[in-house]
Design a protein around this ligand. Structure first.
Ligand SMILES: NC(=O)c1ccc[n+]([C@@H]2O[C@H](COP(=O)([O-])OP(=O)(O)OC[C@H]3O[C@@H](n4cnc5c(N)ncnc54)[C@H](OP(=O)(O)O)[C@@H]3O)[C@@H](O)[C@H]2O)c1
Length: 264
């Protein structure tokens, strides 16, 4: 969704932000270097919980470069600010905020969850009071065995079927979950010189949610969304990360997924 805001005028939409409720204003620093104002509408901000990490930071860079205002979330406000500053140094025209996770998720309607599997449930528990009805969570979590000191080429069984389904079970009522980005390399996202050319496999129970994710991913040149069906299909897609890691190791490469035969 594109809203009529102009560059340089971005203010996070924070109807339930702590400072809007009369409590202490969250400690954060906005890195907003898009001083050169132009009249193009600015997309809605996206929050990335775990945006200090490999995948989250890569997505922040790519989406930020495309003009999407990014709110980087972290357990630690200083770490979030540092990541936002690091991103802004690379992309002076983009808009990056750094906030503690609970404040970060209140600054956006769409939240990308990008944390290790062993921390996914803890992170969602901590965010229960911050996530609100109507928000969309894009879960990128892969239940790699590496999360519990196992092999990165193996996955763990998740009772709910997949990490994404676990996220859906844990998310507050009215917060929808889709899964995406499992097969995209953090290293390639972060290398802004690299021209991406691959698919993003998206699973979710509602077409509108997947359309929203597709619109977001479409902002990143070289990435294309493929609707893989309902959220339960995430149990298969999440396994593909382990497969990709195994292929990468054998071929000393960074591979991705491309589905052929689609009428794009
Ligand atoms: N790396 C990839 O190429 C890739 C590709 C596809 C999918 N994925 C999946 O995406 C997710 C993130 O991957 P990543 O490589 O970006 O992970 P990561 O760099 O290891 O961690 C991401 C962020 O998670 C937070 N985190 C780390 N330990 C935590 C803990 N104990 N409790 C709560 N939060 C913690 C950290 O943020 P703060 O400390 O700032 O809170 C960290 O920056 C994983 O589930 C991974 O399997 C990764």
């Amino acid at each position: 969704m594109i809203r009529a805001r102009t560059r340089g005028q971005y203010r996070p939409r924070t109807p339930k932000a702590p400072h809007a409720q009369g409590t202490a204003r969250p400690r954060h620093r906005t890195i907003r270097t898009s001083a050169a104002l132009d009249s193009r509408p600015v997309p809605d901000p996206i929050c990335i919980v775990g945006g200090t990490g490999a995948l989250g930071f890569g997505l922040a860079l790519r989406l930020g470069r495309a003009g999407v205002p990014i709110v980087i979330g972290s357990r630690d406000a200083t770490r979030a600010e540092e990541a936002a500053a690091r991103a802004a140094r690379q992309l002076p025209e983009a808009s990056f905020d750094g906030l503690q996770n609970a404040d970060a998720v209140q600054a956006a309607e769409t939240v990308i969850l990008s944390v290790p599997f062993r921390n996914q449930s803890e992170t969602l528990t901590n965010l229960k009071g911050a996530l609100r009805e109507g928000q969309l969570v894009i879960d990128a979590t892969v239940p790699l065995a590496a999360a519990v000191s196992g092999k990165a080429t193996r996955t763990l069984a998740v009772w709910q079927g997949s990490a994404a389904q676990q996220a859906e079970e844990m998310a507050p009522d009215g917060v929808r979950v889709v899964s995406a980005f499992h097969t995209v390399s953090a290293a390639l996202l972060t290398d802004l010189e690299h021209e991406l050319d691959e698919d993003v496999l998206v699973c979710g129970d509602r077409r509108e949610d997947k359309a929203k994710v597709t619109a977001l991913v479409d902002q990143i040149p070289g990435l294309r969304c493929v609707d893989c069906g309902p959220l339960e299909m995430a149990r298969i897609v999440e396994q593909l990360t382990a497969l990709i890691i195994s292929i990468n190791v054998r071929n000393k490469a960074r591979t991705g997924i491309k589905i052929t035969g689609l009428n794009r």
